[in-house]
Design a protein around this ligand. Structure first.
Ligand code: NI
Length: 173
């Protein structure tokens, strides 16, 4: 399919809540997902949301075996998640570094619920429901934030823990 341009922070389209997908297993949906997979792979990302390529639909993809961007992160199964819903489990909060393909060159430490249940649908309309924690939970929350027009810098509380990747983590540069 095609590698699409990724919108960068400042583009107003990243701030618009996405609409639910109304029909599954359609050529348009499969084309969108193929483009998202190609775009994420080309950028070396671990997740991507449809609004990041300018499509205002509730579609996210995430997953990796090993990530150059997050070398210490455990593998997350490659997943296409449509019309997602997230419920935090418990009140534990975790703090960890995040980056975003729409915020290139920067990292910030972001607080999020440590453990969640998430649900949604695959491209054929089959139900997905999982309980996860750690990096998996973080990636899903980050991607689903994009569907609500939220970028991770909006969640940073301590701006002494926000900066350029090559300064914070020279080994990743
Ligand atoms: Ni992002």
């Amino acid at each position: 399919m095609a590698v699409r341009d990724i919108l960068r922070m400042g583009d107003p389209r990243l701030l618009v809540p996405a609409e639910p997908v109304a029909a599954f297993d359609t050529p348009g949906l499969h084309n969108l997902i193929a483009d998202m997979l190609d775009t994420m792979a080309a950028a070396g990302g671990v997740g991507l949301a449809a609004p990041q390529i300018g499509v205002g639909l509730q579609v996210v993809i995430f997953g990796f075996e090993r990530s150059v961007r997050y070398p210490d992160a455990p593998a997350v199964p490659m997943t296409v998640l449509i019309n997602p819903c997230i419920v935090p489990l418990g009140s534990d909060e975790a703090l960890a570094w995040e980056g975003c393909l729409s915020v290139p060159g920067l990292r910030g430490e972001v607080p999020r619920p440590e453990r969640i249940r998430y649900s949604g649908y695959d491209p054929l309309g089959n139900r997905i429901e999982r309980e996860v924690d750690g990096f998996h939970a973080r990636v899903v929350q980050h991607e689903c934030d994009h569907l609500n027009g939220v970028l991770y810098p909006m969640r940073v509380r301590d701006f002494s823990r926000f900066g350029f990747t090559d300064v914070l983590f020279p080994e990743l540069a």
